[in-house]
Design a protein around this ligand. Structure first.
Ligand SMILES: C[S@@+](CC[C@H](N)C(=O)[O-])C[C@H]1O[C@@H](n2cnc3c(N)ncnc32)[C@H](O)[C@@H]1O
Length: 274
């Protein structure tokens, strides 16, 4: 069995454990498209000729683009930051956060983004209404520097085109640039009925209307012979918006927090529009 590749970022809703199930559902095509790429666990563990990887988060796509262009330079700068004698102190962290927010320098933002991901609270990525990154310091003993994960990502990224935008922009790009596509969508989860920190966090500003719009756009792409697989919570709402697709449901244990309390069991589903 192939060794699984870990993403170099911690990311809410990462699909590291589900990649085999995803590939079982996804039709074989030449180019994999991920309109909600996140940290890229699916991309990293797949074997397509080429990729289109998109996300609405500009810091994430900027980071991927910079790593693809010159990972050695990136590693040198990021490692220097991680090993700074003060790196793991709140003062240093908040100073760097204050430098990051007004910065328009793509390279500086990319280096700091990884530092926040490993030294910040729970690996969260959160912005306030002014688009300022506002995650507090994390208090970890010894944050890990993901050098080999960065190198693996950079090598594989040579086959990828990165796009920053809403999923509808990615879908429009596919229609304007025909190729042999299979699309895997991993949107922020639709809410569960019960309250939990996880669903509260993972609401991610993605409304029920957007969930519905995504399902409609997937149906339209499938009509144009582009298969689309979507994963989500298995709820009455998702069953309703994905009707007409082939549905597969299964139970997973996911966790986003650091404690056993933050671990919950939910049913997930795959909806394949083809
Ligand atoms: C559940 S995560 C994807 C996780 C990914 N599959 C992984 O394994 O790391 C969802 C992603 O969707 C992105 N996102 C949220 N709203 C979006 C939108 N309207 N269009 C495109 N991406 C969006 C978020 O920035 C986040 O990275």
């Amino acid at each position: 069995m192939k060794t699984k590749q870990r993403a170099f970022l911690k990311w809410a809703g990462g699909k590291y454990r589900l990649t085999e199930d995803i590939f079982q559902q996804l039709p074989q095509r030449r180019c994999l498209v991920e309109p909600f790429v996140g940290a890229g666990s699916v991309f990293l563990n797949s074997d397509f000729e080429r990729y289109i990887l998109a996300d609405i988060n500009p810091d994430l796509i900027n980071l991927f683009t910079i790593i693809k262009a010159d990972v050695e330079r990136y590693i040198a700068h990021a490692k220097a930051l991680f090993t700074h004698p003060k790196a793991n102190t709140p003062d240093f962290y908040y100073k760097k956060r204050a430098e990051f927010n007004p910065s328009r320098d793509p390279f500086q933002r990319a280096v700091l983004f990884l530092y926040f991901n490993r030294f910040g609270f729970n690996g969260l990525c959160r912005y306030n209404q002014k688009h300022e990154f506002n995650v507090p310091f994390g208090r970890y003993k010894q944050p890990y520097f993901p050098e080999k994960e960065l190198c693996f990502f950079a090598e594989k990224a040579q086959k990828a085109t990165f796009l920053c935008g809403d999923f509808e922009q990615t879908f429009a790009y596919l229609q304007a640039n025909p190729d042999d596509y299979a699309v895997y969508c991993d949107p922020p989860y639709a809410p569960l009925v019960q309250e939990s920190n996880f669903t509260h966090y993972a609401g991610g500003g993605f409304s029920l209307q957007q969930q519905e719009k995504l399902a409609l756009s997937a149906k339209a792409l499938a009509k144009a012979d582009i298969p689309v697989l979507i994963s989500n919570h298995d709820t009455l709402f998702t069953r309703q918006i994905y009707r007409g697709a082939t549905i597969k449901s299964f139970q997973v244990q996911r966790h986003i927090g650091q404690t056993a309390r933050s671990r919950i069991k939910v049913n997930e589903l795959f909806a394949l529009f083809s």
